[in-house]
Design a protein around this ligand. Structure first.
Ligand code: HEC
Ligand code: HEC
Length: 252
């Protein structure tokens, strides 16, 4: 932008010198250190609790809280969700109602900073402890059946999840979040909310169309598969600035 605006200034001459660089598309800057600070400490003077209390120190989620993994699920997706919470376009799921107040109390820049931070965390995996959830009395699905739906869908009823979310649900930037290695309780909650329409912030109604034909059993099955699904295959990265890959690909 700097070169272009410099060139434009030179061409337009003295009469146009009052035009500032805001005339041109502004580069979005994120402050990852500030994002880390918000994630670890919240914003106490504005009543925002530390994100890690519920989402976990490594942002891998927490079944007991119904809180999702945020690490590497997609920068654009996380900014969108925080904006949707702040604007009331996504609301009121169980303890999730707390997110509306937190997101409102963050500035637009802070929402970007914290989204950038969680997207730079290590690509760690931590499946839900399905045996422990079962012992607590939750119905747990069969991963094998869930895998079929994720890869192939249900004929004439449900699209294969991976047509949008990528292989094994590893995510497809920028619209489709990573759903592999997401927490079981959160996955079941969201699929149920898409199905009954209480979550309705999906572009083009894509998720509501998918979820309306899922049975309770299907939901448990896909969640059991997805929380354990491997996302380590080639192409699974969602991180900004993968220098090793970048260096290699530039040689070709
Ligand atoms: C008191 C617990 C709690 C705290 C603290 C908290 N969250 Fe959440 N968050 C949740 C829960 C629970 C949900 C799931 C909401 C639902 O079921 O719809 C959620 C959902 C989200 C989502 C949606 C993710 C997705 O996959 O769609 C984002 C993004 C998020 N939180 C970011 C944050 C950030 C950033 C902070 C800190 C500023 C924070 N949260 C603090 C409990 C919390
Ligand atoms: C036609 C495309 C499409 C298909 C097929 C699809 N999804 Fe989605 N899904 C989306 C979009 C778009 C979003 C993001 C919605 C938003 O921006 O809030 C999403 C979001 C989700 C979320 C919320 C993730 C989070 O972190 O909150 C879950 C869970 C999910 N999808 C599961 C599934 C499952 C399971 C299947 C297969 C049964 C599936 N999806 C098939 C488009 C699709």
């Amino acid at each position: 932008m700097r070169n272009f605006s410099g060139l434009a200034m030179a061409c337009l001459g003295a009469a146009m010198l009052t035009i500032t660089s805001t005339t041109f598309a502004e580069e979005v800057k994120v402050n990852i250190a500030n994002g880390k600070n918000i994630f670890e400490n919240g914003k106490p003077d504005a009543g925002v609790a530390a994100c890690q209390t519920c989402h976990g120190e490594k942002a891998l989620g927490n079944d007991a809280m119904g809180a999702p993994r945020l690490a590497n699920i997609g920068y654009v997706y996380v900014v969108k969700q925080l904006t949707n919470f702040a604007e009331g376009k996504r609301t009121g799921n169980e303890v999730g109602a707390v997110m509306n107040g937190f997101a409102q109390a963050l500035t637009e820049q802070e929402r970007r900073d914290v989204a950038a931070y969680v997207n730079t965390l290590p690509m760690a995996t931590e499946s839900s402890d399905l045996a422990a959830l079962k012992a607590e009395g939750r119905s747990i699905g069969e991963p094998f059946k869930g895998q079929i739906i994720v890869r192939y869908g249900v004929t004439n009823k449900v699209s294969a999840c991976q047509t949008c979310h990528g292989f094994n649900g590893r995510g497809a930037d920028p619209v489709y979040p990573r759903i592999a290695q997401q927490k079981y309780v959160y996955l079941v909650n969201q699929l149920t909310h898409w199905r009954d329409g209480s979550r309705a912030n999906d572009p083009l109604g894509q998720m509501r169309a998918v979820a309306k034909n899922l049975t309770d059993e299907d939901i448990n099955n896909v969640a059991a598969f997805l929380t354990q699904a491997s996302d380590s295959t080639v192409g699974g990265g969602m991180q900004v600035g993968n220098e090793t890959v970048l260096e290699n690909i530039l040689k070709h």
